[in-house]
Design a protein around this ligand. Sequence first.
Ligand code: UFG
Length: 344
Amino acid sequence: MASLLITGGAGFIGSHTLLVLLDAGHELVVLDNFANSSPIALDRVLELASLDAAGRLHRVEGDVRSAADLDRAFTAPAAPITGVVHFAGRKAVRESVENPLLYWDVNLGGTRALAEAMGRHGCDLVVFSSTATVYGEPDVFPLTESMPTPPVHPYAQTKLAAEQMLAALVQSQGWRVASLRYFNPVGAHPSGRIGEDPTGIPNNLFPYITQVAAGRLELLRVFGDDYPTRDGSGERDYIHVMDLAEAHAVTLDHLLQQQGPTQITLNLGTGEARSVLEVVQAFEQANGIPIPYEVLPRRAGDVPKLEASPESAAQVLGWRARRTLEEMCRDGWAWQHSNPNGYR
Ligand code: UFG
């Protein structure tokens, strides 16, 4: 078992990963400034985790850009820390176009500050949250990790730059690094106790659909039905957040077993893209709730399609996503239904 630092551990993917890592027996320090998350998520994780987990979860409220906050995390009771999972960051594409400096500061500056703290505390292992948006606007599918990465907005640019910075530390310092390129994480823990808690009107398809189902929003707006896709609506590779969480645990096990410099970059997706209209239909069928929608013009910045090749992850980690779109719809709805206002 390892002592691990989880930055951004109270967020959507972070909270689900905490649960999996606690149940695997690890000791964890969570560093989170709750800028886009709630401390209640951590209480809920402990509710779901095994009884002894509370003594293995240490909380540090702080900012990943702050050397002092990072030093507090690295010297928390779980020290010495042998590995880091770095979730903390900003993740909204449009916000990144409007406020690029925030993205360079938090996403790249935060990763640099973390890497410096790792150096100070003798830690050389990190799993980094990257994104499928590094592939820009691709037209060949499925996407493999060696395909070109021409990122088209500051969000993707800052994630790619952080990947490159960490890869340089593998070269120069012999670090063990995994960059995980998430496709579209959705759903929730099947208990409905933890889930995605967006502030304000959701930007993303899944939380928008669940809020229409809950009657909080009147109807879904489908952004474009004239893409060169199966039915004209945008296609994405949706992956259940519990599959994603388990992938982090497997990645950590893999890196912890490596003795020397290691750098892996893996897509995390199912390999099966679904259109907006297919997701709407799957949600209606899974939950028996109609989702009224209207078709609007394309949303600026959206690409027609993203679809992962899951083969590298299967080869390197022996891991594949196994949960279905139906489970994503059912579990996402269970969370929204029992927490109509999220953690508030
Ligand atoms: N869509 C709608 N209506 C909505 C919201 C979305 O039709 O109200 C459509 C989009 O046009 C797109 C698809 O649903 O075709 C998925 O859109 P999302 O906003 O859910 O997801 P994106 O693929 O745009 O981006 C998301 C995150 C990014 C992340 C990316 C890949 O917003 O932060 O997944 O990881 F980088």
